[in-house]
Design a protein around this ligand. Structure first.
Ligand code: FE2
Length: 386
C-alpha cells in the first residue's frame, strides 16, 4: 500500500470531525436477492452457508405475486425473492441479470429524512417513503437507485417489534443445519462500467455523504493479463463500506469486464462476511460443498512471515493450516487479516462471497490481489472468458 493510502485510511476519524452526517446509518438491515427459485436458493444458503430459517412471505400469507424467504445468521439477513407469475417485473430483472443482489437495505433512524436528503442531492427514486403495518407496529421504508439496477432501501424499524417486516410470518423449519460462524457484513463491493468508478465515487460522496478512504489503481491491482481499479467508500460512522471496482485495460479480459458481460451491467460483485474463526468457518463451509478459488502457489505461503513482519508474533493461526484451506493472509500497520473467496454462487460468473477475519487490519487484502486475480484468471481461462 502507498503512503497516501495509509494516511487517508488512518485519518478517517479526522475527516468526519465536526462534519454533519446527514445520512446516519446504523448498519446493514438486509440484502435482498432476486432469484429464479427462492425455495431452492433458501435450501442452498441454509445447507451450504449455515443460514437459519427466519421469516417467510408467499401465497400462504396472502402474497399473490412474489415469494420471499428470509434467512439469518447472527447479524446478517438475506431475503431471497422470486416472482410467482409472468407479470411481475422481477422476471425482467432475472432474465437480464440472472440471480443477483437487488437491494442493499440500510438501517436508519428516519427513512423519510434519508429519502429526502438523498433525493435532494440527486438520487433517483426507487420507492417513496412507504409505511407497512401489522399487529407488531410499523416499518417505514424508502428506496433509491445506486449503480445499475441495484437499490439502497432505507429501513426505519424503531416502532416495530415483529420478526422481520409487516407481511412476513415467522418461518419455522424442521431442517436446521448449524451456523458456520458468519457474524456481520464487513463490506459489499460493486462493479461498475468502464470509466464509471469516479462517477459513482462522487455519487456516494454527494448523495450519501460517504468518503473515499482507500484507493487502488491499475498499477497496484494488475497481473500479467488483466487489471482493475478500486475505491473504497465508507459512511460517517465507518460501519458501511462499499468498495467500487471498474475494469482496467490489460492484455486479456478483466474479471470485472467478465462480470459486466454476464450480469449485463453494473451490480454487486461480492459480499464479504466477517467471522471470528476463519479456519473453523472455512473447514465447515468446505465440508458442506462450498467451492472456493483454487490456492495460490507454495511461494505465496513461504513468503507470509516476511510479509507479516512483526505481526507474526501475534499470529495465532498455523500457516500450514491456512494453506490446507487456501486461506489468504494480508497485513497493514495495525494488524493482519485472513480472507478467502468463493467461486460464483450461480452459473453466471457474477456474485461471489468473501469470508474475512480481521486481526487489527483495516484494509481489504491489497497484498493478496495479485495472487487472487491470478487464481480468478485460471478460472476464467477454463470458462473461455479470459
Ligand atoms: Fe472484499
Amino acid at each position: 500500500m502507498s503512503k497516501e493510502i495509509k494516511s487517508v485510511e488512518y485519518g478517517l476519524e479526522k475527516i468526519f470531525e465536526g462534519a454533519e452526517d446527514f445520512l446516519p446509518l446504523l448498519g446493514t438491515d438486509y440484502i435482498e436477492f432476486y432469484v429464479g427459485n427462492a425455495k431452492q436458493a433458501a435450501h442452498y444458503y441454509k445447507t451450504a452457508f449455515g443460514f437459519q430459517s427466519f421469516a417467510y412471505r408467499g401465497l400462504e400469507t396472502g402474497s399473490k405475486d412474489t415469494v420471499s424467504y428470509v434467512l439469518k445468521q447472527d447479524k446478517i439477513r438475506l431475503v431471497l425473492t422470486s416472482p410467482l407469475n409472468s407479470k411481475s417485473p422481477i422476471n425482467d430483472h432475472i432474465v437480464k441479470h440472472g440471480d443477483g443482489v437487488k437491494v442493499i437495505a440500510l438501517w436508519v433512524e428516519d427513512a423519510r429524512a434519508a429519502y429526502e436528503e438523498t433525493t435532494k442531492r440527486g438520487a433517483k427514486s426507487f420507492m417513496e417513503p412507504t409505511v407497512d403495518k401489522d399487529d407488531h407496529g410499523e416499518v417505514v421504508r424508502s428506496g433509491i437507485y445506486t449503480y445499475g439496477e441495484t437499490v439502497h432501501m432505507f429501513v426505519e424499524r424503531k416502532n416495530y417489534n415483529g420478526k422481520f417486516l409487516p407481511g412476513f410470518k415467522e418461518w419455522n423449519s424442521d431442517y436446521n443445519p448449524a451456523p458456520t460462524g458468519f457474524k456481520f457484513v464487513d463490506h459489499m463491493v460493486g462493479n461498475v462500467g468502464w470509466g464509471e468508478m469516479n462517477t459513482w465515487v462522487k455519487w456516494y460522496e454527494d448523495v450519501m455523504g460517504f468518503v473515499n478512504f482507500l484507493s487502488f489503481d491499475d498499477k497496484q491491482i494488475t497481473t500479467e493479463y488483466s487489471a482493475l481499479m478500486s475505491k473504497v467508500m465508507c459512511n460517517g460512522n465507518g460501519r458501511i463500506k462499499f468498495p467500487i471496482n471498474e475494469p482496467a485495460k490489460g492484455v486479456k479480459k478483466s474479471q470485472i469486464e467478465e462480470y459486466l458481460d454476464f450480469y449485463e451491467g453494473p451490480g454487486v460483485q461480492h459480499i464479504a462476511v466477517a467471522t471470528d474463526d476463519i479456519i473453523k468457518t472455512v473447514a465447515d463451509l468446505r465440508s458442506r460443498g462450498v467451492e472456493f478459488l483454487p490456492p495460490p502457489p507454495q511461494a505465496y505461503y513461504d513468503d507470509i512471515p516476511r510479509r507479516l513482519g512483526d505481526h507474526m508474533k501475534i499470529m495465532k493461526e498455523d500457516i500450514k493450516e491456512l494453506q490446507k484451506l487456501s486461506i489468504l493472509v494480508d497485513a497493514d500497520e495495525e494488524g493482519y487479516l485472513l480472507q478467502i473467496f468463493t467461486k460464483p454462487v450461480q452459473d453466471r460468473p457474477t456474485l461471489f462471497f468473501e469470508i474475512i477475519q480481521r486481526m487489527g487490519a483495516k484494509g481489504f487484502g491489497a497484498g493478496n490481489f495479485k495472487a487472487l486475480f491470478e487464481s480468478i484468471e485460471r478460472e476464467q481461462a477454463q470458462r473461455g472468458t479470459l
